[in-house]
Ligand binder design. Structure first.
Ligand SMILES: [Zn+2]
Length: 259
């Protein structure tokens, strides 16, 4: 069966819309430049199919028509290495993920276009580190077991220490981000959630407070912790989805929407 290839015009448009950068957020390599022969340019990117161009290919969708398969909406611009990776490892590169890469990358390029050079560069660098920082945020949350495990949560002072460490880790991570970036907004929201928890338990001495359901102070601590877990759970669920990070079972258990 013939491959439903993109036309030359479609390929050119995909490349220009991506500004010749690879659309993989973990890569973003520039895919065009000068050749050593001054009459030529060098293009190391290619228009990749989201759903394969022929039945044997990755993510093939038999419900698509030939026109849909060759349509620009079925393509994204990638460097050669990334094009190779998404096709060989198609199980972890779903069509939905590739569409997300394309949408995010094109939105980024639109934003970069409207700003000056140095600001654009700072923005590109910030977006480049975002997926890595998102992973570190999840790792920092994984480390704070006192927040998610019932046993440790019975010792309020452990919870307090854990939250203090988490808060300072979030401050460190935020210093690496552009403050207008969406990830920074998520970290800011997490910091506020922790702040709300501390306000709620401010009146209690957490070093002496112990599990006792008839103690109103314990009940208000428990309620505040439940609210914190719910709110953090929702935020990390969104974070993990946006940056395609896998959550541990502990974290999944507090993510209300995860399956
Ligand atoms: Zn790439």
């Amino acid at each position: 069966m013939a491959r439903d290839e993109f036309s030359a015009a479609t390929k050119r448009t995909l490349a220009a819309r991506a500004a010749h950068f690879c659309s993989n957020p973990y890569c973003r390599k520039l895919t065009a430049g000068p050749s050593s022969d001054e009459n030529r340019s060098l293009v190391t990117g290619h228009a990749a199919h989201i759903h394969a161009a022929s039945p044997a290919g990755p993510r093939f969708d038999s419900s698509q028509t030939a026109d849909e398969r060759a349509h620009i909406s079925n393509g994204l611009w990638l460097c050669r290495e990334c094009g190779d990776i998404i096709d060989k490892d198609d199980s972890s590169h779903s069509a939905a993920l590739l569409r997300q890469w394309k949408t995010d990358h094109e939105a980024l390029i639109s934003e970069v276009r409207t700003r000056g050079y140095s600001e654009s560069l700072a923005l590109l660098q910030s977006r480049q580190v975002e997926p890595m920082i998102a992973k570190r945020v999840i790792a920092a949350l994984e480390d704070r077991r006192a927040l998610w495990q019932t046993f440790d949560a019975e010792f309020p002072d452990r919870v307090r220490q854990s939250l203090d460490q988490l808060r300072s880790r979030l401050v460190d991570l935020r210093s690496e981000l552009d403050e207008r970036s969406p990830l920074d907004q998520i970290l800011l929201a997490l910091t506020k959630t922790i702040h709300i928890f501390f306000n709620a338990v401010e009146a209690s001495d957490l070093t002496t407070l112990r599990c006792n359901s008839s103690d109103p102070e314990w009940r208000s601590f428990s309620d505040a912790l439940a609210t914190l877990r719910k709110s953090v759970g929702l935020q990390i669920f969104n974070l993990a989805n946006a940056y395609n990070v896998k959550l541990s079972d502990d974290l999944k258990s507090i993510s209300p929407l995860s399956t």
